[in-house]
Ligand binder design. Structure first.
Ligand SMILES: *Cc1c(COP(=O)(O)O)cnc(C)c1O
Length: 565
């Protein structure tokens, strides 16, 4: 195909656009933004993921406030072409054939990045195997391991079958770690008289080829498989003794496997790098803080504003540092435009009226319980006092993983609040969160709220999207916000400073009280009585946050620190 050596970027999920539902949340959207910035910057990169033909899921809410999941119906052939080449992997001693769909991300700079979506829905396969690439994060542990075989081993084979020359393999999270086994096989040394098996496995060469980005700051979040399962499904591609040495004695831990075979390893924010070092002592773990793709995550009215006052911003987001040049009235007008757009959108899709004159708080992300979407409701009496006379309204959205019962309970709880306190504070929940709704929300609200349990938010990126639209962050000091926050200047913190890197034994109440106090004494008064101060903080969100927390800056760091070393 093309002989230039490329970086192969592997990710279980990739979120490039709303129409291609192969993502579940921040990890996938980050991957999509990574690819778009690579295309803009002409970085020679090719991405590999799964086609997830039935998506993650479409979310509905029943009359009791419970999340109901439906398969997504979409047609890849509308967006990409199916390549004829087939490769095979062994799963449970069967051949499983894989084809790839090729999608081209084309930048107006002329840069281009291909994305290969692997698909096992191929006629040679059994009915069951044709479903391996159907559901993102679906099924049980067997299903997950099969998917990871297709992604990691199948992905490497597909790249080679298509004639790509790869200089680095970048694993975005541990789901693709099995690729290292395929690389070990490829680089097996041809030693004549071997008396020690270990000599033939060239781990150093494989290490030189691999880059690993971890995203999970707790032990339980890392994929691991029992060796019985591995033996049954994957078989002995490398000797068990070697696999245990690389992937863990008792379980095959995908993070450990990647850590042991990557020369460059990083976490996704400075704090997360530190937390990862305590989780995995003895590894050199760097930190490259995440970003977002500026052009994708800036709404129309702000794009026009930036084009006028900061030309060239989209491919050089550092220029947003000059946000101070934007006149106050025009900035506010652009914001009102986005806010009204959200009001219309919510009316159309949910039949609910938001009041554009009221301070609007947004909270939308995956409903994993550590994100504590319900923290706002910790002290209802206090909340009602802060919000009396309709001084603010809250918009929620987000999906819980189908098996995440506590996450689903939080959705139910919030739906109940939308009904019970509606006459005092307007609280709404938009179902089926996706990238389109994300852009409407991060640009159309006034304040973006994030309340994770520290130190569980590895980075978080939605607050960076908000900042690109002059929306102000109000957040727990965790993940990226530790680096983006200057109190009262770029936004506001919630709760104490993050000192320890272990799970802090904080009381939810401490965080909630701080949230109520700041909302009541700082945020609400400033919004209604000191608009020029408010606009100053909006400009700082752009000039002191968006200018830095973007994937252009992030990719330049991956290139200089991880890819060309
Ligand atoms: C950006 C984004 C996320 C990530 O949100 P966080 O608050 O960083 O967890 C999740 N889902 C969608 C659809 C997004 O666009």
């Amino acid at each position: 195909m093309n002989n230039e050596a490329k970086i192969a970027y592997f990710s279980m999920e990739i979120g490039l656009s709303n129409d291609i539902p192969t993502y579940s949340g921040g990890l996938g959207v980050l991957a999509g933004d990574t690819i778009k910035s690579s295309a803009d910057l002409k970085i020679p990169l090719i991405a590999v993921t799964l086609i997830s033909k039935k998506g993650y899921f479409r979310q509905d809410i029943d009359s009791d406030g419970r999340q109901v999941e439906y398969p997504v119906v979409w047609d890849p052939s509308k967006f990409m072409v199916r390549l004829s080449r087939k490769v095979k992997v062994q799963i449970e001693e069967r051949n499983v054939y894989i084809q790839a769909w090729r999608y081209k991300v084309q930048s107006i700079t002329g840069g281009e990045v291909d994305v290969l979506y692997l698909d096992t829905d191929v006629e040679e396969n059994t009915k069951e195997d044709r479903e391996i690439t159907a559901f993102l994060y679906g099924g049980d542990v067997h299903y997950r391991l099969k998917q990871e075989i297709v992604l990691g081993i199948g992905g490497v084979r597909m790249l080679h079958a298509l004639g790509f020359h790869i200089k680095k393999y970048h694993m975005n999270e541990g789901h693709a770690s099995l690729l290292v086994l395929e690389l070990l096989l490829m680089h097996k040394k041809d030693v004549e008289s071997v008396w020690d098996e270990r000599w033939i496995w060239d781990t150093d060469t494989v290490k030189d080829l691999c880059v690993f980005t971890t995203h999970t700051p707790i032990e339980a979040g890392h994929d691991r498989f029992s060796y019985d399962l591995v033996n049954k499904i994957l078989g002995a591609v490398v000797p068990l003794e070697l696999l245990k040495r690389l992937g863990g004695e008792h379980y095959l831990n995908m993070t450990l496997l990647a850590l042991n075979l990557s020369k460059y390893i990083n976490g996704v924010a400075k704090k997360h790098g530190e937390v990862s070092k305590t989780l995995f002592p003895g590894y050199e773990i760097n930190a490259i803080t995440n970003g977002v793709h500026s052009f994708t995550w800036t709404c129309e009215s702000f794009k026009q504003l930036y084009d006028k006052y900061i030309p060239g911003w989209a491919n050089e987001p550092e220029l947003l540092v000059r946000a101070e040049n934007i006149p106050d009235e025009e900035l506010w007008a652009a914001h009102l435009h986005a806010k009204n757009d959200l009001v219309h959108f919510v009316r159309n899709i949910a039949g609910i009226e938001l009041n554009p004159d009221v301070l609007t708080v947004g909270f939308a992300r995956r409903f994993a319980s550590y994100k504590r979407a319900d923290l706002v409701f910790s002290n209802l009496e206090r909340l009602l006092k802060v919000g009396e006379k309709g001084r603010f309204q809250i918009v929620y959205a987000g999906k819980a993983h189908p098996k995440d019962i506590p996450g689903k309970d939080i959705i139910k709880k919030i739906i109940e609040f939308t009904k019970t306190i509606d006459n005092k504070i307007k609280v709404i929940f938009l179902k089926d969160y996706n990238m389109e709704k994300a852009l409407k929300l991060v640009s159309g609200v006034d304040v973006w709220l994030n309340t994770p349990l520290r130190p569980r938010e590895a980075s978080g990126t939605s607050g960076m999207k908000a900042a690109h639209n002059g929306v102000i962050n109000f957040s727990i000091l965790d993940g990226w916000w530790i680096e983006g926050h200057i109190e009262g200047i770029t936004g506001w913190s919630i709760g104490p400073k993050p000192l320890e890197s272990s799970l802090v034994n904080v009381n939810d109440m401490t965080d909630a009280e701080d949230l109520y106090n700041k909302l009541e004494n700082i945020i609400i008064p400033m919004y209604y009585k000191d608009k020029s101060h408010w606009i100053k903080v909006m400009k700082n969100s752009i000039g002191k946050i968006a200018y830095y927390f973007n994937t252009h800056r992030m990719m330049r760091r991956y290139v200089t620190e991880a890819y060309i070393r």
